[in-house]
Ligand binder design. Structure first.
Ligand code: AMP
Length: 506
């Protein structure tokens, strides 16, 4: 049985786990003390092959912020000219630009580096660490992605693993992987809500665990909410403090804002243990006359909690939505499982105290649970070719007709695999071939929807004059599309798909 490496490539941290020949669980060491590798890459020179990854790179975030990439997973698989990238790119000191394929790339020493390559560098590093610890190479892996990752983001993660020399056996949603880990701990029947708040995304996933098999009932969350948003709120508070005390405006400088965000994360981490922290960052900014400005600010846990209350409430609201969809209340949940580093914040546990039982950090490690779940999935697939889980579609799949009308074909939370049909009437006389655009989006009107591809249906389109047929579209969770015309008398004509340009399957 070939060992399969479970890899959780995260916005902030990356980890990997596997089962050794004796069936013992192992995790890849990132340092002497921890198994969590910061997803940070530093380029000391224009020779991109000489980059450093992890803790060694993280220390450069202050000294060389222009050449130290972190949090780039937030932009991976996203078009440069998307609302999300436009809104967020200027918060980082490094430069993001449009790559040749329209997707976001980093610009380092004037050289364009696709974010897939940055991801691949991090994946390669954790694989090398796992290889050293295991004493043998890995060729197979299971990769994890946030539940709301679009097909492009899934493909980017797959490519990153492939260019690190791995064959990807499966791509699994992070909360589902955490649930597999959980299912291994508890054998009886349980209804569980996974609360997964990492560095870049929040997923709330409701599932049923029965005899170690995981069935996802519903999933929701917020693809744009994570620990770094908590840091930003605090960094903003620090910026206001600097502006008020020095009269110098600091917000236009991306380097200063990045330094403040780092100081904010440090303060946030401390305030998970302490009630008060004194933050001091020397030479954080410069005065117009050339003098230096230091940041010196006391922050209390209470102040931090006040600043991030709206974010925590967004998480709680998303949980309520997921439960509401399944017509359940917190009292029906056997255990709320906390994963993702940000759930270490005491306020999160306190705010979720209305759930009868919260997981303990001893049982489900917030940062490693996802990688371990991926390793469990890898082991299940190797042993029996059965995954031990049934998942749902997180992002609805819709079709846009010529003229802009959109129709949702597969609703969110439909169990996978699935295929759904829609029948469209009263269509105008389009000329063939008719382009039908398939897309994924959490929001039908969002400009950020992820186009999967365009399918053209053939010449038979409306061959009989004066007869207005209906168009029946059939779409699978893997984006396979078929179309047929249904005449008023019931006669059906299958339409040929003349040009199917869609992204690779999930
Ligand atoms: P993950 O992606 O699961 O590694 O989570 C990373 C996020 O968790 C980052 O935003 C960290 O700042 C945050 N985090 C990690 N440890 C703590 C802690 N003790 N208290 C609050 N936030 C934390």
């Amino acid at each position: 049985m070939q060992p399969v490496l479970g890899i959780d490539f995260g916005t902030t941290n990356t980890s990997a786990a596997w089962f050794d020949k004796a069936g013992k669980l192992k995790v890849a060491p990132a340092t002497d003390k921890t198994a969590v590798l910061p997803s940070v890459v530093w380029f000391p020179s224009a020779d991109a092959s000489k980059c450093l990854v992890g803790q060694a790179a993280k220390t450069q975030l202050v000294d060389d912020p222009k050449h130290t990439l972190f949090g780039t997973k937030r932009f991976l698989g996203r078009r440069y000219h998307s609302e999300y990238v436009s809104q967020h790119k200027d918060r980082f000191a490094f430069d993001l630009v449009e790559g040749a394929d329209g997707y976001t790339s980093a610009l380092i020493y004037g050289q364009m580096i696709p974010l897939v390559d940055v991801a691949s560098v991090v994946v390669k590093d954790i694989v090398a660490r796992a290889t050293r610890a295991a004493g043998h190479p890995f060729s197979l892996c299971v990769m994890t992605v946030p539940a709301h990752a679009s097909v492009r983001q899934r493909e980017a993660v797959r490519k990153a693993a492939e260019s690190a020399g791995l064959t990807v056996r499966a791509i699994v949603n992070e909360p589902t992987a955490a649930a597999l880990f959980y299912a291994n701990l508890r054998s009886p029947k349980q209804t569980v809500l996974i609360f997964d708040l990492g560095g870049g995304t929040f997923d709330a996933t409701l599932l049923r665990v029965e005899n170690r098999v995981v069935k996802v009932l519903a999933t929701g969350g917020d693809a744009f909410l994570g620990g770094s948003d908590f840091d930003e709120r605090v960094a903003d508070r620090f910026a206001t403090h600097l502006e008020q005390t020095t009269g110098v405006s600091v917000r236009q400088s991306r380097t200063v804002m990045q330094r403040l965000a780092l100081a904010a994360e440090y303060a946030k981490l401390q305030l998970s243990r302490l009630e008060v922290v004194d933050v001091r960052v020397p030479v954080v900014a410069q005065r117009p006359d050339g003098g230096f400005i230091d940041l010196q600010k006391r922050l209390t846990r209470e102040e931090l909690e006040h600043l991030v209350t709206p974010l925590v409430e967004r998480c709680v609201g998303a949980c309520d939505d997921v439960l509401g969809r399944a017509k359940l209340s917190p009292a029906d949940i056997d255990e709320l499982v906390l994963v993702g580093g940000q759930t270490r914040m005491p306020m999160i546990r306190r705010r979720l105290a209305h759930f009868p039982r919260l997981s303990s950090e001893k049982d489900v490690h917030p940062e490693l649970g996802v990688a371990v779940g991926a390793a469990i999935l890898g082991r299940n697939l190797s042993r029996t070719n059965a995954s031990g889980l049934s998942d749902v579609v997180a992002m609805p799949i819709s079709v846009m007709l010529p003229g802009g009308r959109t129709v949702e074909v597969i609703a969110p939370n439909t169990p996978v695999p699935c295929q759904r049909a829609v029948v469209l009437d009263n269509l105008p006389p389009w000329s063939a071939p008719v382009p039908l655009m398939l897309f994924e989006s959490l929001d039908q009107t969002s400009v950020d929807r992820e186009v999967i591809g365009t399918v053209h249906v053939s010449e038979e389109w409306r061959t009989t004059p004066n007869v207005v047929p209906s168009l029946e579209l059939n779409v699978g969770h893997d984006f396979a599309l078929t179309a047929k015309l249904v005449a008023p008398g019931g006669m059906q004509t299958q339409l040929q798909i003349v040009d199917q340009r869609v992204a690779a399957h999930r």
